[in-house]
Design a protein around this ligand. Structure first.
Ligand SMILES: Nc1ncnc2c1ncn2[C@@H]1O[C@H](COP(=O)(O)OP(=O)(O)OP(=O)(O)O)[C@@H](O)[C@H]1O
Ligand SMILES: [Mg+2]
Length: 250
């Protein structure tokens, strides 16, 4: 199972990805979290880890990747960014960190002024997920950058389910429609995770959403807020996230 977590900026994608990863690891699953967000630097802290070296660096850095992609445009060469068909156990140590049954792999981050766009990261995310082999009692959770650019790049092709994290905002509701449209087109199951939502907010949001798709409703909690603000590990469990984990295991 490869589950991709998406949604608007700040809706709680990384929070849901981290809480879900923790829950699946407690259930004895081997978990790989893929940080495919090129801009944010917080996910490893939520998992209580150091930032790993990136997959981009493992393959020689962004310049090298950009050069390969450029050749494919100008010379029509097939983009073959890499051809490894890794299992979770085979992901090289240089490109990941690990703690309590959770591996974390970072695709690549923007580090510098004028270094260019994030296209190579998108291409690498897609290729990595397309090629990744997931076995019994293993789960891959992909945390994406805000918005829907990853759909444009085809990153979802290698995933089995899409979790759209929706906070109570007009932007999230609007985005949920777009995501539903695209998910249907590519034939991927889509679930909504309502975040920062109590009963009253849920009722209001359900006026605009298909209730059958709502897989979890996560309230605003002091625990998440404090840990999130301080960049501390999420070492607590939540009933609502356990429900989401149950659903994914089915
Ligand atoms: N249910 C919640 N209760 C309290 N605080 C929350 C909750 N969900 C998220 N937060 C806080 O909101 C902030 C944004 O969450 P998070 O980083 O998970 O969002 P994101 O969608 O990954 O953002 P980005 O688009 O920047 O990657 C964090 O500080 C997090 O701790
Ligand atoms: Mg995030």
């Amino acid at each position: 199972m490869k589950a991709l977590v998406c949604g608007k900026g700040g809706s709680g994608k990384s929070t849901v990805a981290a809480l879900l990863a923790k829950s699946m690891a407690r259930r004895g699953y081997r978990v790989l979290v893929v940080d495919s967000d090129e801009s944010n630097y917080g996910l490893h802290r939520q998992l209580g880890m150091e930032l790993p070296g990136s997959l981009m660096d493992y393959f020689g850095g962004k310049k090298m990747m950009m050069e390969k992609m450029r050749r494919s445009f100008t010379e029509g060469e097939q983009v073959q960014l890499f051809d490894q068909n890794w299992t979770l156990a085979e992901i090289p140590a240089e490109a990941r960190t690990e703690k309590d049954g959770i591996k974390l792999l970072t695709i690549g981050k923007i580090h510098d002024f004028g270094e260019g766009c994030a296209c190579p990261m998108g291409a690498l995310s897609k290729k990595f997920l397309d090629n990744l082999q997931v076995g019994e009692k293993e789960i891959v959770i992909v945390d994406t950058e805000a918005g829907i650019e990853h759909f444009g790049r085809g990153v979802e092709a290698g995933c089995d389910a899409i979790l759209a994290v929706l906070d109570p905002s007009y932007e999230s509701l609007l985005l949920s429609k777009k995501i539903a449209e695209i998910s249907e087109k590519i034939g991927k199951p889509l679930y909504f995770v309502l975040n920062r939502v109590d009963e009253e907010r849920k009722t209001a949001m359900l006026e605009f959403l298909d209730e059958k798709r709502v897989a979890a409703t996560i309230p605003e909690t002091k625990e998440i807020f404090r840990a999130g603000l301080a960049g501390e590990e999420f070492d607590f469990s939540m009933e609502e996230v356990e429900g989401l984990a149950d659903l994914l295991m089915e």
